[in-house]
Write a protein that binds this ligand. Structure first.
Ligand code: G
Ligand code: G
Ligand code: MN
Ligand code: NA
Length: 249
């Protein structure tokens, strides 16, 4: 309850921040996109991870307002990085909210961000309960011109058939597989086959949680399109990201 009160206050007191993590294209070695990740700068607890407040925000419904704020913030910020796409995470609660399509359309109009530069990340869980309405929502989002990424791929319960049935532009391979890779092991085999799957379905593949040069090399050899992880940068504040971008060669 105390935390719920604090979270309501956080929104009013502007204690939420958006941090940004680069996605690197392996062909061009350039930064092609950035993922927006929310943080809470709590007056006494310090920087609170979304893992510690998104669940509460979901239970209380606060996620709808917070999510819209993150979306608008990220789209506005992306205007100052014109060469990049911006990826924003959507909670299943936001996904099922009846106003989602209108909200996304309004934010695009208000900010003037080109829709094709916005990528919405959803997890497999949104597809499970009601696949036919999920398909309607995804198609409506696609009609706005935004891109859709399947986040944390491999951790949920959805079948491979879902990849075929839903209009995903990108598959983000969950970082647990990347962290476990060791050349000849099972995780490497899974990562390799997801990359192949993405290629045959004409979807961009992104590997998350890349922390070492070895992982980056393996992913490059296997034909992964983009990588993201601490090896290049942790999620950082917008000002810091602008400098990071200027120094990237
Ligand atoms: O940045 P990281 O620790 O910091 O994020 C932890 C989890 O919180 C991840 O699963 C990430 O997808 C999620 N997350 C981060 N930012 C947002 C956001 O703006 N909206 C939603 N729904 N989830 C987010
Ligand atoms: O669920 P989603 O993929 O949106 O979450 C992104 C999360 O992954 C964030 O918490 C982000 O801080 C974290 N993250 C990003 N890069 C790395 C990495 O290289 N290693 C680890 N362990 N976590 C990472
Ligand atoms: Mn994500
Ligand atoms: Na992920």
């Amino acid at each position: 309850k105390a935390l719920e009160y604090d979270l309501r206050q956080a929104v009013l007191k502007h204690e939420l921040e958006v941090h940004y993590q680069p996605l690197i294209d392996l062909d061009s070695k350039s930064i092609v996109a950035v993922e927006a990740l929310v943080r809470w700068r709590h007056p006494s607890r310090g920087l609170v991870s979304p893992m510690d407040f998104i669940p509460l925000a979901e239970e209380t419904g606060l996620i709808v307002g917070i999510g819209e704020w993150v979306l608008e913030k990220a789209c506005t910020q992306a205007l100052s990085w014109p060469q990049l796409r911006v990826a924003v995470n959507l909670s299943p609660i936001q996904f099922r909210n009846r106003d989602l399509i209108e909200t996304v359309r309004d934010v695009l109009t208000r900010t003037g961000l080109e829709p094709a530069r916005l990528e919405l990340e959803i997890t497999e869980s949104v597809l499970i309960n009601d696949a036919s309405s999920a398909l309607d929502i995804l198609n409506a989002l696609k009609d706005l011109g935004v891109r859709i990424a399947m986040d944390d791929f491999g951790t949920g319960y959805s079948s491979l058939g879902y990849l075929n049935s839903f209009p995903f532009d990108k598959i983000k391979i969950d970082r647990s597989f990347i962290g476990d890779m060791n050349g000849k092991d099972k995780s490497s085999a899974i990562v390799r086959s997801v990359i192949t799957l993405g290629q045959s379905l004409n979807m961009t593949t992104t590997a998350e949680g890349v922390e070492t040069a070895e992982q980056a090399t393996f992913l490059t050899q296997e034909g992964c399109n983009q990588i993201q992880g601490y090896y290049f940068s942790r999620p950082i504040a917008a000002d810091e990201f602008t400098i990071f971008l200027e120094n990237w060669t």
